[in-house]
Design a protein around this ligand. Structure first.
Ligand code: NAD
Length: 250
């Protein structure tokens, strides 16, 4: 029975993608109203080599960060439900592709959120160890530096996010893989599961014995591995699933 997985009482791994934050007003990339669906060229601009090579592109990127809806966004019912699941005593670890920090803002413990694509609130230098906040860097942009260089070495600054063509952080990916391997239930929520190696966490979880449950409006390449696929909107599906898991374990 597809519903049986709810009764498993072990660890819960959760992979979240942009779809969990659309109800908070942050558009996804590949959904019907996604940023890249509407403007396919925008995808080309998210590559690391282009960013390093093109100062005009970097100017555009800083303005896009300034105008990003994530600054004003609040956690929604799905973020809050996952935080409540952990607060109820279940061992939950979130692997997120999102850079918006809404899980932490919903009250989920920061040390149980693995941000595999980084976050947009910090800025790093690509040449040296310099780090600062996005807010401080955007102040420099507002003060007239269209593409602010590193104050220590003059190198290129960028948000602490992982762009296409950029190396993933090895330790972060090992933590994510370990989470997938040790999960009994693995929920994939709001991801088109097209970005690797993030999506392959689903396969690692299934190969290690987890039940995979996919909550996403559209089909994904991992649907054939799933114990259950839920197409209902995330804002209602996730609070309902959390209630069912807690009820089954009570
Ligand atoms: P994606 O855009 O490729 O896929 C999102 C999926 O969620 C789509 O299949 C869409 O149909 C589904 N979806 C959207 N809203 C939904 C809802 N309310 N209910 C049910 N399904 C819904 O997203 P991805 O797989 O996360 O890949 C995009 C990459 O871009 C990520 O790696 C991430 O780093 C980045 N990104 C992050 C944010 C953010 O931080 N909020 C936003 C956009 C993109």
């Amino acid at each position: 029975m597809t519903s049986e997985w709810r009764r498993r009482d072990g660890r819960i791994g959760v992979l979240t993608g942009a779809g969990i934050s659309t109800d908070s007003g942050i558009p996804d990339f590949r959904g019907p109203r996604g940023v890249w669906t509407k403007d396919p060229i925008a995808e080309l601009l998210s590559t690391y080599d282009n960013y390093l090579a093109d100062p005009e592109l970097r100017q555009r990127a800083w303005l896009a960060r300034r105008d990003n809806p994530a600054w004003r966004a609040r956690p929604n019912a799905a973020h809050t439900a996952l935080a409540a699941l952990a607060r109820a005593g279940r061992a939950v670890t979130i692997i997120t592709q999102n850079i918006d920090r809404l899980h932490q803002r919903a009250g989920f413990a920061a040390d149980r959120v693995i941000e595999i694509h980084g976050n947009m609130f910090e800025v790093v230098c690509v040449e040296c160890d310099y780090q600062t906040t996005m807010a401080a860097t955007l102040d420099r942009v507002a003060a007239g530096e269209a593409d602010p260089p590193c104050p220590d070495c003059g190198g290129v600054l960028k948000s602490a996010t992982i762009m296409f063509g950029q190396q993933m952080d090895r330790r972060t990916m090992m933590k994510a893989a370990l989470t997938a391997e040790t999960s009994d239930i693995f929920l994939a929520i709001g991801s088109s599961l097209q970005v690797e190696p993030a999506a392959s966490m689903c396969a690692i979880a299934v190969q290690s014995g987890a039940d995979l449950v996919i909550v996403n409006a559209e089909p994904t390449p991992y649907d054939s591995m799933a114990t259950e696929i839920i197409r209902e909107p995330i804002g209602t599906a996730v609070p309902r699933l959390v209630a069912e898991i807690l009820e089954a374990g009570a």
